[in-house]
Write a protein that binds this ligand. Structure first.
Ligand code: MCA
Ligand code: AMP
Length: 504
């Protein structure tokens, strides 16, 4: 049997040739038939560009139906899809390019010159453009392409995607995800969230991360459901679509922003079956306020790039504020001490998991991969959790130094390394503090070396072309020295406490 994930999707596509797969923001529709036909033709374009099974295709483009087709085309051609946040600067993209050695790069027309200069003919990589309005050289090639219904024969352990996640060392790691990793997770989610024939998904998440790319798109494709596809989060556009939709997936910021809108009420949401939240902790106050306003209890689930979705609150049964629910079917885990030994129920420890969803390791980093797994094969998530006797999980903290801002991960080490390079900086500590919109916001605390005057705008200005906007500190403070413990370790807890009111 072909282990290609696309084969699974195709087997679930509706038989009605008119059935809608994507609805574009202007209301025009792309049917399942057209999705199947055009992803096949686009796979042909990739093959014509020299892309072979196992080759990486690095993509940094605006979200559009056509960019989703490009993802499906990569699956069909057996290529390894490597999506990048559109906010990444050329400096950041250069690292991924050098690390992944893609055969094809797809970027916006606007970034073409900078991208080509960065690529500089290396690895023999081809360059195509694709823009949010369905133009660009890829679309021109697609217009010339003939029908091609092939789906490359693959083993289910072959790679489908590499998603980069920054690390606590400041160096990004490419998480290798196989067709089976993605398929098993999609099937589990489709089952536990009780997808129904009448379901319609509002898709407003970016499609360069697990949440929007895999969780949302895969569930809809497995169910043959329409996706009301929006280029980005837009409260007005979502509220407009809610009456004819049944499922919304978002990060907590989606829900706090929707709550700011007076139109959000029970009548508007009467048709909605599921509001799902994840990627960052959902505050109990958001959960409660949302229930009061709409009568719906948000279903919170928990996951990470390396493992897709890990736990979920139940569809039927108690959805508790503050808890992320139970392990997905096929996934098991334990809350452990720093030796990997399970601790007593109710005691916090690091969550370790195993299952068909767990990734195949970090791209070209076998040693790093080895340190993230226990000898018995359990993956160490780096999240601190506690588990009840009946297996309900609550995430109570993070063992890893990570900030999650509006659902995007920011690793302090990466920013500290760049700040420390700035002339006049002696040392720095980057922390996350509560933020009413983004959940957490990045704050940089630094100590000057006295060689030159330093200002907040000065520091931010120097980071601008090196760091994506969402990673840039929203506040920079100067201190005479950083608080340290007797071992000399910077006390970030003290700094978080000191600056916790910065955005309130
Ligand atoms: C935008 N900005 C941000 C963020 N987004 N700053 C910090 N954190 C952010 N997340 C910057 C913009 O550059 C802008 O800067 C200013 O903040 C305001 O932008 P705004 O227009 O309000 O932002 P937006 O375009 O509306 O985006 C906010 C957003 C978006 C909707 C929350 O960030 C988003 O879609 N987040 C979802 C992330 C996601 O999909 N995560 C899943 C990862 P300026 O004004 O100075 O120009 S997958 C994952 O984590 C695991 C697997 C899981 O469990 O799902
Ligand atoms: P990423 O590396 O982008 O995949 O982010 C994964 C991390 O997001 C996890 O390790 C958690 O720290 C966090 N996360 C995801 N979902 C939740 C949630 N529902 N509650 C708390 N943290 C979450």
């Amino acid at each position: 049997m072909n282990g290609n994930l696309y084969t699974l999707f195709q087997s679930r596509f509706p038989t009605d040739p008119e059935a809608c797969c994507f609805e574009k923001p202007d209301g025009s529709r792309v049917s399942y038939l057209e999705t199947d036909r055009d992803s096949g033709r686009m796979a042909g374009v990739l093959r014509a560009a020299g892309v072979e099974p196992g080759d990486r295709v690095m993509v940094q483009v605006e979200k559009s139906v056509e960019s989703a087709l490009l993802y499906l085309a990569c699956l069909r051609a057996g290529a390894v899809y490597l999506p990048l946040n559109t906010a990444y600067t050329v400096h950041e993209v250069a690292y991924f390019f050098e690390d992944a050695e893609p055969k094809l790069v797809v970027c916006s027309t606007q970034n073409r010159i900078g991208m080509a200069a960065m690529m500089n003919g290396r690895f023999g990589a081809q360059l195509h453009t694709l823009d949010g309005d369905a133009t660009g050289s890829l679309m021109e090639a697609l217009a010339q392409a003939t029908e091609d219904d092939r789906i490359t024969e693959l083993d289910r352990d072959d790679l489908a995607a590499i998603l980069y996640t920054s690390g606590t060392t400041g160096r990004s790691k490419g998480a290798m995800l196989s067709h089976d990793n993605l398929a098993s997770n999609a099937l589990a989610l489709h089952q536990i969230w009780g997808w129904q024939e009448s379901d319609v998904l509002i898709h407003a998440l970016p499609i360069f991360h697990v949440h929007g790319l895999f969780v949302a798109i895969h569930c809809a494709l497995l169910n043959g459901s329409p996706m009301l596809f929006l280029p980005k989060f837009d409260a007005g556009a979502i509220l407009q679509r809610i009456p004819r939709a049944t499922v919304l997936m978002g990060v907590p910021t989606f829900y706090t922003r929707l709550l700011e809108r007076p139109e959000l009420n029970r009548d508007l949401c009467a048709n909605m079956r599921l509001f799902i939240s994840g990627s960052a902790p959902l505050l109990a106050e958001t959960f409660n306020e949302f229930e009061q306003r709409t009568g719906k209890r948000i279903l919170e689930r928990y996951g990470m790039t390396e493992a897709g979705m890990i736990t979920s609150n139940p569809l039927i049964g108690e959805r508790s504020a503050g808890s992320v629910g139970y392990f997905l079917p096929g996934v098991s885990g334990r809350v452990a001490d720093d030796q990997g030994c399970e601790v007593a129920r109710g005691t916090p420890g690091v969550l370790e998991i195993t299952g068909p969803n767990v990734f195949k390791g970090y791209w070209r980093m076998p040693e790093k991969t080895a340190t993230e797994f226990r000898a018995d094969g359990y993956f160490i998530t780096g999240d601190i959790a506690s588990m009840t006797d009946d297996g309900r999980i609550t995430i109570v903290g993070r063992a890893k130094d990570l900030i999650i801002s509006g659902g995007f991960n920011v690793y302090p080490k990466e920013i500290e390394l760049l700040i420390d390079e700035i002339d006049g900086v002696k040392e720095s500590a980057v922390i996350g503090v509560p933020h009413p919109d983004f959940g957490e916001a990045v704050v940089a605390v630094l100590v000057a070396d006295g060689s030159r005057p330093l200002s907040e705008s000065d520091v931010i200005g120097q980071l601008a072309d090196r760091l994506a906007k969402f990673k840039q500190p929203k506040r920079v403070v100067l201190l005479p020295e950083l608080p340290r413990n007797t071992m000399g370790k910077v006390q970030k807890n003290q700094l978080r406490e000191r600056y916790k009111e910065s955005f309130h």
